[in-house]
Design a protein around this ligand. Sequence first.
Ligand code: VGL
Ligand code: ZN
Length: 208
Amino acid sequence: MRARTGGLGPTLGVVASYGPGTALVVVDLQNDFADPQGSLTVAGGLQVVPVVNHEVQEATAAGALVAYTQDWHPPNTPHFAKDGGRWPVHCVRGTWGAQLVPSLVVAGPVVRKGVGGEDGYSGFTVRDPVTGAVTQTQLADLLQERSVAKVVVVGLATDYCVKETALDAVRLGFATSVVAAGVRAVDLAPGDGARALEELAQAGVEVI
Ligand code: VGL
Ligand code: ZN
């Protein structure tokens, strides 16, 4: 185990431990959320990339699965404010904004969510905003195929997709951790990100 680095630069020490029964789930590290030019920019979003890349390296070296989620919306969906929902247009399939950030190390499968116009906050499940029907993505199957018991979550955004992904992971029976240095919040209301981490801790998620 490498020691946490002190002094110069950001701390990139190993914060989670990985093994073959672990999956690192990297949530929605996409241009529209992480890049300052993105349409739904999360403050400090790009700052998590070196932290996440370090976790990806450690996870890969330990034989853990690394999986990525990608918000992937059609051009028109009730998820967007222009179509009756709550969000600016973002992560439209095939656009620059929907691409994973170019500096992210991609070392495993990418699971797209919201592809049929659903609200896709959790990497595990999506919800039809009209009928309320909830359906599963391939993420749980991917983890179960690899006999994963423990899930580590990083990415964007703490108060939406990270939160819902971690809550679903707990519901599905995975021992679940969130790396605080590897997430950032939308904070539509100030403090939303901090409240999300508290809620996660209360639900049994280890916040590290
Ligand atoms: C997200 C709002 C809308 C997220 C996705 O990735 O946290 N937030 N769609
Ligand atoms: Zn979205």
